[in-house]
Ligand binder design. Sequence first.
Ligand SMILES: [Zn+2]
Ligand SMILES: [Zn+2]
Length: 180
Amino acid sequence: MRLSRVGYFADFVVYPTLLAFLSWTTLRHALPTQRDDWMLAAGAGLAAWTLLEYLLHRYVLHHAIPFRRMHALHHASPTALIGTPTWVSVALIGGLVFLPLRHELQAAIASGATAGLMLGYLWYVGVHHAAHHLRTRPGSYLFKAKQRHALHHHSRRACNFGVTTALWDNVFGSARADAS
Ligand SMILES: [Zn+2]
Ligand SMILES: [Zn+2]
């Protein structure tokens, strides 16, 4: 949905704060083994985000009502301040990821996996913002991400649903390197 300037950039303040809080509260008194568990879980959460990003973009944002209509607004006006309100994404990650994991698993693992997922989400909103608003250095990671995402917006064939990585587009056969 359309957001105010403050609403649009809130992710870049709220997520680093939540990440710092989540890491600090879990790790400050943790045993070395719990720290290792946290790091492993964070890596798994980050990796899981890349797949979730692909699936959410391809199947929810492009097919499920009402998200499809909201996402079409972004496709029509790529530089408008359109996105998911921070309180919505935080509530979804808290309610659908952190609380169920906390119920089933040790605190260090639940916290680490949630932190990894949040880091992935922050990575995604950052790269997506850069793809539409920033100049990027030719050959850099952001330049390639921007080119890939431009094809997602402008190609006649549905393609390049991954924003942070082309991995899942390559796995599921939706990767395109040109506008054919
Ligand atoms: Zn899209
Ligand atoms: Zn876009």
